[in-house]
Design a binder for this molecule. Structure first.
Ligand SMILES: *Cc1c(COP(=O)(O)O)cnc(C)c1O
Length: 414
């Protein structure tokens, strides 16, 4: 694969349509007819590719999206799901049955699935914070077969070393799966760094407009093949209409994320200087604990499988003004208000451009207070152990002008 990421986002996987449509049309079709039983059996038995039944994913719109999703992460294959959680559930049921080790903070649904629901099926779940990584070897030698992590994490933006953890997992014959939702394929390519599978909540940056719910799993064909039956029989395939909407959104993913990287950096730097802000967590800030690793892993990773288009002046040089056309540190940041949890709530409630809403990655900026939303269910001591203070606000930076977002934060902090 030699084409740059932006080119792949536009062209990869598109169906060569008989009517000349430049992109794959929506096949709002549940079943497909065959000219003979022999032809039907060729598809049913997997001898020939073809469309058959939409819940199987054997629908031209879904198959087209999956070729694009695979190309985004430099993967051999991808399956598209009706949500990010559906992708994770299918991954865990297929490859997590010997036990799952979840590193660091993860999405609330992921934590609940691994800690409360999969154990009902006899699937053990283990949790290690970044500070407890030395225990990973031991858990893996006891037989856990799947390591799962997010990087950057929610809401503290902790950075995990994908390459180093992949080596640890592989030394025990375990797999590493990375939830790449926060970073996006624009800023981070886990497979190129040694991970075995990537999951996405496409509901976030890949969809990018807060108007669809979808998920994806990418990886080697050999690893994805056994996942197919779980998706098929749990019935968690993406719908064709959503698949087409998601493919539409992916075509503009790099331009959106380049801009979100740059705006998040600008907002983070403005908040660092604000007297009412105690702390700003963003991987792009030079004194952020994970900055050096993020610089290596997100901004300048080995992109052998998924090269970014190399503009004149080097692989990661700017295409235009600073911050445009560059991989970066992502559009998420967390600010800690100089005050109490109630003070932070007041700031969240006073924001006008930032909408108070869960989710992230859309064109509109959003704010959440972890202690009243994503981490509300945790005991205060457990939040503290995870480094989450009540005065934190998590910001998802959209496509508004940086100056307007900073002005909105300034008025809310007054
Ligand atoms: C939202 C999210 C999920 C779950 O995705 P859904 O599409 O809502 O099912 C998983 N991981 C991360 C990091 C998320 O932000």
């Amino acid at each position: 694969m030699t084409e740059g990421l932006s080119t792949r986002c536009v062209h990869a996987g598109e169906l060569d349509d008989a009517h000349g449509s430049p992109h794959t049309p929506v096949y709002n079709t549940t079943t497909f007819r065959f000219s003979s039983t022999a032809e039907l059996l060729d598809v049913v038995d997997g001898r020939k590719p073809g469309s058959l039944y939409t819940r199987y994913g054997l629908n031209p719109t879904i198959a087209s999206l999956e070729r694009k999703l695979a190309a985004l992460e430099g993967a051999e294959a991808a399956w598209a799901f009706c949500s990010g959680m559906a992708a994770e559930a299918a991954l865990f049921l297929t490859h997590g049955r010997r036990g799952i080790v979840c590193l660091g903070d993860a999405y609330g649904g992921t934590l609940e699935l691994i800690s409360a629901q999969l154990p009902l099926l006899g699937i053990p779940g283990h949790f290690l914070l970044g500070s407890e990584l030395r225990k990973l070897d031991e858990l893996l030698s006891q037989g856990a077969g799947l390591v799962f992590l997010e990087t950057p994490t929610n809401p503290t933006l902790e950075i995990f070393d994908i390459h180093a953890i992949a080596k640890m997992a592989h030394a025990h014959g375990a797999l590493l799966a990375v939830d790449n939702t926060f970073a996006t394929p624009v800023n981070q390519n886990p497979l190129a760094l040694g991970a075995d599978c990537v999951v996405h909540s496409c509901t976030k940056y890949l969809g990018g407009h807060s108007d669809l719910t979808a998920g994806a799993l990418m990886g080697a064909k050999e690893l994805l093949a056994p996942v197919w039956n779980w998706r098929k029989n749990l019935g968690t395939t993406i719908a064709p209409e959503v698949a087409a909407l998601l493919a539409r959104s992916i075509r503009t993913l790099p331009v959106r994320v380049y801009r979100q990287n740059a705006t998040a950096q600008a907002v983070a730097e403005a908040m660092v200087r604000h007297p009412r802000i105690r702390r700003v967590l963003h991987p792009g800030l030079p004194d952020f604990p994970g900055h050096a690793l993020a610089k290596k892993q997100m901004v300048g990773p080995p992109r052998s499988q998924t090269p970014l288009a190399a503009p004149p002046g080097g692989a990661h040089a700017s295409l235009g003004r600073p911050g445009e056309g560059m991989a970066g540190f992502g559009g998420m940041l967390t600010i800690e208000v100089n005050g109490t949890g109630e003070d932070a709530t007041r700031v969240a409630d006073r924001l006008k451009l930032f909408a108070l809403a869960p989710s992230l990655g859309g064109v509109e900026s959003l704010v959440t207070q972890p202690c009243t939303s994503t981490h509300h269910g945790l005991a205060p001591e457990e939040r503290a152990r995870r480094g989450i203070s009540d005065a934190m606000l998590r910001l998802s930076i959209g496509l508004e002008d940086a100056a307007d977002l900073i002005a909105d934060l300034n008025q809310a902090l007054e």
